[in-house]
Unconditional design. Structure first.
Length: 373
């Protein structure tokens, strides 16, 4: 039987954030995951850290996460850029949403937007730059964070399934681990380990389709790019009167895109390839079958927006994340057992801060000292 001050179940971004919060306070930490490396939503995303598009609790977690991402990228040595986020506006009602959003969002005219994003000029009416946002490569960032935490002393037990959780102990397929505190950070699989919490909180799964393509652009995309379909999703914009007008128009004009719950957005990775997506389907257990109509729509809309030849698709995939009636799941399964999940698709943006704040609060820790690795 082994022991750790903190046992973290799950090696996604929230679990890694929990391990980072604990090890920075000098605690012994064990992370348990049934896979051999992070393979879930933490690597199946755009790498877009959309801090400035959040509001309320989500913005608070996002702001904390921003500082942690910057520190981790420096210490763990992975690619991260303070790019901000671009928004392409193709209708006056989209500009109205952006104009109503306030500080931290700089409106752009068409010429300035075109200098930052290789778009077709026809149809554009302007855009914006969301200033606080960051971009990383999720495929390399998660692995680098694991290596960094291991170097700091975190013990990773991969290919190890958790079969039970109780106060003071975690049962696994490799034996029992005694724990001072336990953090359950298994994203959408809360119902596999703690079904009563999943049922009580209305937790479901959201499946999304994405693709990566080789593209030929006249110049690189300088930041992640959002569109009007994005503005009706993110908290800072979606609740406004202007966004309701925008949503009504988009759904009336393009019911086909509304039917796949499109978030039309793009990020360009350091190798020049473009991540394109994404659609959304929510259920307790979404079907694993990916409709080709969604991918056709992605490519058609990308070609209409960007000034480029037809993209060459390299990869397609389905991501899955926890979805609930609120932005976050923060619960207690037992004394000293904290359950955490981002339940609205902004885990990369908020997960590090979600873990940092809630572990500090739940376990009565002092804030980590500035400059602690």
């Amino acid at each position: 039987m082994s022991r750790a001050d903190v046992v973290v179940i799950g090696s996604g971004i929230v679990g890694l954030g929990a391990a980072y919060a604990a090890v920075r306070r000098g605690l012994t930490v064990t992370v348990v995951d049934r896979t051999e490396s992070p393979v879930g939503a933490t690597i199946r995303n755009f790498g877009h850290l959309c801090i400035g598009a959040q509001t309320g609790e989500a913005r608070r977690y996002a702001d904390v996460s921003r500082g942690l991402w910057l520190t981790l990228s420096r210490d763990a040595g992975f690619w991260l850029r303070e790019s901000g986020t671009l928004v392409a506006a193709r209708h006056p009602d989209e500009l109205a949403v952006l104009d109503a959003a306030g500080d931290g969002i700089r409106l752009l005219d068409v010429d300035e937007l075109l200098s930052l994003a290789p778009l077709r000029a026809d149809g554009l009416v302007g855009g914006a730059h969301i200033e606080p946002d960051l971009q990383t490569d999720p495929r390399t960032a998660a692995a680098a964070i694991v290596r960094h935490l291991a170097a700091l002393g975190v013990d990773f037990l991969f290919r190890t399934a958790v079969t039970g959780v109780r106060a003071g102990a975690v049962e696994t397929t490799r034996g029992t681990i005694e724990a001072g505190h336990v953090v359950v950070a298994v994203n959408h699989d809360v119902d596999q380990l703690l079904p009563e919490i999943a049922e009580r909180t209305g937790l479901q799964r959201c499946a999304l389709d994405m693709m990566r393509a080789a593209v030929t652009l006249r110049h690189p995309l300088s930041a992640p790019l959002l569109t009007g379909w994005s503005l009706v999703r993110y908290g800072r914009f979606a609740g406004s009167r202007e966004a309701r007008t925008l949503r009504d128009r988009l759904h009336a004009e393009r019911p086909d895109l509304a039917a796949i719950d499109l978030n039309q957005m793009y990020t360009q990775l350091p190798d020049g390839t473009l991540i394109i997506g994404d659609s959304h389907a929510t259920a307790v257990q979404p079907a694993p079958f990916q409709p080709e109509a969604a991918f056709d729509a992605f490519l058609t809309e990308a070609e209409a927006l960007f000034d480029m030849p037809t993209p060459r698709v390299l990869e397609r995939w389905q991501g899955v994340y926890a979805k609930g009636p609120h932005d976050f799941l923060v619960d207690h399964a037992d004394e000293g057992v904290l359950v955490l999940a981002a339940t609205t698709g902004i885990g990369m943006t908020t997960g590090l801060g979600l873990a940092e704040e809630n572990l500090t609060s739940a376990f009565g820790w002092a804030p980590a000292m500035e400059g602690t690795p």
